[in-house]
Every structure is written in C-alpha cells, then in structure tokens.
Design a protein around this ligand. Sequence first.
Ligand SMILES: C[S@@+](CC[C@H](N)C(=O)[O-])C[C@H]1O[C@@H](n2cnc3c(N)ncnc32)[C@H](O)[C@@H]1O
Length: 198
Amino acid sequence: MLFRLSDEPANVPAAVAAIQAETERLGFSMASEPKTGALLRVLAATKPAGRFLELGTGTGLATAWLLDGMDAEARLTSVDRDADVMQVAQQHLGHDPRVSFWLGDGEAFLEQEQAPFDLIFADAWAGKFNHLDRALDLVKPGGIYFIDDLLPQPNWPDDHPPKVERLVKELERRADFTMVKLDWASGLMALVRRRQQL
Ligand SMILES: C[S@@+](CC[C@H](N)C(=O)[O-])C[C@H]1O[C@@H](n2cnc3c(N)ncnc32)[C@H](O)[C@@H]1O
C-alpha cells in the first residue's frame, strides 16, 4: 500500500475551535486557515524568548497558533484596527500574559515601533501592501517575515491579483533576505533576513 502523508494539522490549539465558531457567527471571511497556523506555530517554536508581531489580528486564529508555538518567555503583539473582530481574540486569548493586543492602524504601529522582531506575520494591508520596507526593516537578522493569501481567494477584488504579483516580485528582489514560496494553504511566502549580504 502506498503511504500517503496527510498534511492536515494535528494537535490543533485548544482555543481554535471556539474562535472558529465565533468567526463564522460574525461572518468574518478573512481568517487564516489551519495549515497556515500550523506552519506559523513551527516557526514560532524556532525562536525561544522571541519577540513576535502579527499585523491583522482578525478574530485571533493565527494568534492562537503562534502562542501555541511560543515558549513562556516569548512575547507577541497583535495589531488590528477593527475592535469588533479583535474582541473575539481578546476574549479567547487575552488571559495569556504573553500576548498584547494593539488596537489601531498598522501603519501607525510600524512607524512608532523601534525594536526589531524575531518573526512578523504581516496579515493586513499595513506591512504588506503598504509600509513593506518599514516592516522588513523591523525583522532581526535571522528573523522571519511571513505572508499568506498569495493564491487567488474568492473574496479578492478584481484589482487585487496585480498587487499580489507586484508584492511577490518586490520581495524576490530583496538580496538581504532568503526566501521560499509555498503553493500550499492560501499561498505562503517566508523570508529570513540574512545576517550579512553575500
Ligand atoms: C486577513 S485578516 C487577519 C486574519 C488573522 N490574522 C487570522 O489569523 O485569522 C486582516 C485583518 O487586518 C485588519 N487590517 C487591515 N488593514 C489594516 C491596517 N492598515 N491596520 C490595522 N489592521 C488592518 C483587518 O481589520 C482584518 O481584521
């Protein structure tokens, strides 16, 4: 019999089912999928005592996966300008002292932030389609910049595909990062800042 490797995530974090139910109740259609979360959890676990940033909390699905990979000393800031969706994340994850929620524009957050991060999950317009260079500047050497939704999604407006194409090309030009593109989940890209330019 041919062995088939299932890529469905195992050991889903406890909070995910309740957040998913609330996400559906709210009709929030931009939530991250479990495979993206599972990869983020693995990446989070590579950064003991790491400093993490999520741009675009939504209802907190990826937040839950990131927290599940982080150790006790690691810290995550999650940013969103929509109080209604962020409230779901706060309700289910706010008891965890490792996470802080920042309500406001991602652009403003990026402009005022000084200290670099071990991992940035850029899942909002800010830090992805605008303020990209600023977000990349805030990645530590050896740190990770991670994005999803690079494959066509049902909720994309007609003018979105060329923006995604431009973003991928722009990231590919960055000699100060090494990168991988994954035709998996919603379409993923992970970049790691090189310590030195080759
Ligand atoms: C794709 S969803 C985030 C999904 C979430 N990361 C998850 O794992 O389910 C994008 C979120 O970014 C927020 N957002 C979009 N542009 C923003 C901006 N410029 N500043 C802050 N939040 C923004 C939206 O309110 C929305 O909740």
